[in-house]
Design a protein around this ligand. Structure first.
Ligand SMILES: Nc1nc2c(ncn2[C@@H]2O[C@H](COP(=O)(O)OP(=O)(O)OP(=O)(O)O)[C@@H](O)[C@H]2O)c(=O)[nH]1
Ligand SMILES: [Mg+2]
Length: 276
């Protein structure tokens, strides 16, 4: 049975109505249009920042908030906040990954595709610093007039988690198109990680771990395989991003440099070790 990952949508968003699309089980290779199939954005090309690394005052892509103590919108205290976007083809498990990370849950049900925005906030303790991750993702449901909105959101993202589904070859093949879109619209120094999701579905796997590793190496990306269903490497992926962003924004000379690639390689677990 397919699982449903409940969506949170911005109600009353000026452009995107809060709604969900109920989907029939995915047909492999027929996901929501990937970047390769999308025309160029209608809106003006976002300006690029020349900032190398976002410091506490860096604009436009510095941390959203800094200084302590701060109170987030949800009543949560934090020191720094960052926007993290999840991207990838429809059905790869972005909402499920978000829900797994935030609520530790994976609910059974029907696949409800996100239309509009899904978002969750979570505060992590990273070496004594409260790092708030504002996690979000967009789905334009193929409505091209909304593409410029999502492109604008890329620009604000401090980190991007790019997902494919190891049981769906098309979602893997589309990664290069997603990377082209990211290259076009995201900040040049955005923290980026490639995730191959659904590794619990061993029998349905069509994308080998080595294929993911090879692609990640080609583009110089940190890479992990995950499962929103079992939770494999989910917390680790978000923690790694939080560590990286925290390090970038609060560099202290005494602190050894955090290396995202090394951390992910060292801490990431293989799919076979962690079945529920
Ligand atoms: N076996 C397995 N199924 C998963 C996993 N993650 C997600 N799914 C299933 O994949 C389907 C799609 O998951 P979603 O999280 O809704 O996918 P999405 O990327 O948010 O899709 P859009 O909102 O359309 O962009 C659902 O039926 C989930 O139950 C996973 O780790 N393992
Ligand atoms: Mg979704």
């Amino acid at each position: 049975m397919r699982a449903l990952c409940p969506s949170t949508h911005i109600s009353g968003h000026p452009l995107l109505p809060a709604m969900s699309r109920k989907k029939t089980p995915k047909s492999k290779g027929a996901s929501t249009p990937a970047a390769s199939t999308l025309p160029a954005a209608n809106g003006p090309r976002p300006a690029r920042s020349g900032t190398a690394r976002p410091g506490p005052d860096a604009q436009p892509n510095g941390p959203l908030q800094s200084g302590r103590p701060s109170l987030g919108g949800g009543g949560d205290f934090y020191d720094v906040a960052f926007k993290v976007m999840l991207v990838g083809d429809s059905g790869v498990g972005k909402t499920c990954l978000l829900v797994r990370f935030k609520d530790g849950a994976f609910l059974a049900g029907t696949f409800i595709s996100t239309v509009g925005i899904d978002f969750r906030n979570k505060v992590l303790d990273v070496d004594g610093v409260k790092v708030k991750l504002q996690l979000q993702m967009w789905d334009t449901a193929g409505q091209e007039r909304f593409r410029s909105v999502t492109h604008a959101y890329y620009r604000d993202a401090h980190a991007l988690l790019l997902l494919y589904d190891v049981t769906n070859k098309a979602s893997f093949d589309n990664i290069q198109a997603w990377l082209a879109e990211i290259h076009e619209y995201a900040q040049h120094d955005v923290a980026l990680m490639l995730l191959g999701n659904k590794v619990d579905s061993a029998h349905e796997r069509v994308v080998k771990r080595e294929d993911g590793e090879k692609l990640a190496k080609e583009y110089g990306l940190p890479f992990m395989e995950t499962s929103a269903k079992t939770g494999l490497n989910v917390d680790l992926a978000f923690t790694a991003i939080a560590k990286e962003l925290k390090q970038r924004s609060m560099k202290t000379p005494s602190e050894p440099r955090f290396r995202l690639h090394d951390y992910v390689k060292r801490e990431g677990q293989g799919a076979s070790c962690c079945r529920p």
